[in-house]
Design a protein around this ligand. Sequence first.
Ligand code: NAD
Length: 290
Amino acid sequence: MHFEKVAIVGVGLIGGSFSLALKEKKLCGRVVGTGRSAANMKAALARGAIDAIEADAVAAVRDADLVLIAAPVAQFEKIFLAIGPHLGTECLVMDAGSTKRDVVSAAKKGLGGKISQFVPAHPIAGAEKSGAAAASADLFRGRRLVLTPLKENREKDVKTIADLWTAIGARVSRMTPEEHDGVFAAVSHLPHLLAYALVDDISARPDAPRLFCYAAGGFRDFTRIASSHPEMWRDICMANSDRLLAELRLFEKKLKTIGAMLEKGDAAALEKLFGDARLARERWLKGEYE
Ligand code: NAD
């Protein structure tokens, strides 16, 4: 498995890490990249994540064998529409977007008859850091990669993409786009929303400086992901708003239940909830749900 020319559209944390991993495993010839910020593209070149900067996505995908789209998801439709007419018939396209129903619909719109060449993918790896400077060849090692193949895909192309991610250390599984967006609304999108909400709530209070002054490890751990890129998370939340709202409503119910325990002074119920939660987290950390 070897791709002579790889094009990365959006060479940030994910695009840059993917490229570094491909290069480390010698799975590609040349990697070109394109992006919105000149400073970030220079950083990507300086790090060796890409071999050349292209002016735009159309120039980048010319003669490419593999294209990775790793910009924020609201950019995808524009990118697919631009590159669609310029993709070679043997070129495989994949993405790294955190949502899938919107990405698939943008790809169908933009790629038209070439939709079979697009294999949707989401690496379940990342960080609150962004940009090529934060990229690392190890980012995907031991982490999950979810493919949401389309009925139009050729099985051999899906297998090529799965093998590629496996070769750089990811553990590949498959879901439908609908399943994907439901699962990640619960375990990724909701936690990010809650972390942002808590920090915003504290920071908007008149005594915020004093509160932050005493905030320590618990606050730091709970809110780490509120340092994530706001544009990326805006796009994810908007793209998956129906599933995210359903999770938010469930969570509001849970908070009400806990509030009632506090009002009633029901220490036993509170302790049971904490105990159950701790046990579930320990099982998850031990890998019992793998
Ligand atoms: P990032 O901010 O590090 O990189 C995104 C890059 O895309 C930036 O360099 C930006 O300049 C560029 N860009 C923006 N608009 C563009 C456009 N129209 N054309 C070309 N480039 C454009 O973000 P990231 O963390 O690498 O995330 C990239 C994608 O991967 C997103 O879709 C995100 O949802 C997904 N993702 C992120 C994580 C994570 O934890 N960071 C994990 C899995 C998937």
